[in-house]
Design a protein around this ligand. Sequence first.
Ligand SMILES: [Zn+2]
Length: 188
Amino acid sequence: MSIPASQSLPPSADSAVAPAGGTVTDRLVEANKQYAAAFTDPGMDARPVLKVAVVACMDARLDLHDALGLSLGDCHTIRNAGGVVTDDIIRSLTISQRALGTRSVVLIHHTGCGLLSLTEDFRHELAAEVGQRPNWAVEAFKDLDEDVRQSIERVRTSPFLLHTDDVRGFVFDVTTGLLREVHPTEPK
Ligand SMILES: [Zn+2]
């Protein structure tokens, strides 16, 4: 996935973003040829080895496999803006658990998330601009820990999931690389 240092170019150079005359997608396709050349079929089943699904923000600074010591085939990674538990995340988790055998859920938000600076106004402004109201919520948040707790709660209370006993939430610090666990509010 990463380019050896000897071949990499400064990120500011245009050629680091796209090959001459090509788009960034062309660059990815080119990288894939090299990946495939060295690839051997691991002969894996689609069921994650560690029986875990990780739900995380799509943030480019969060390398889940490296950050969590994961290898190919270990887990399901389900990502969206914010790593918030939306209906579509529940859809994926339901399939992950019921069809592909996962049992544990790990939720990861992170410091410096783009959703911290947005509000539902984003949705209203978008509707005003394009003349169509999106049927999704922005799911912006002001408090990371509170949103992790909200996400834990959404997973734990989902009627569709088979396993809700091992659901843990964390905030990843993009400056230290460290996870900090957020404990759910104790039921009253
Ligand atoms: Zn984020």
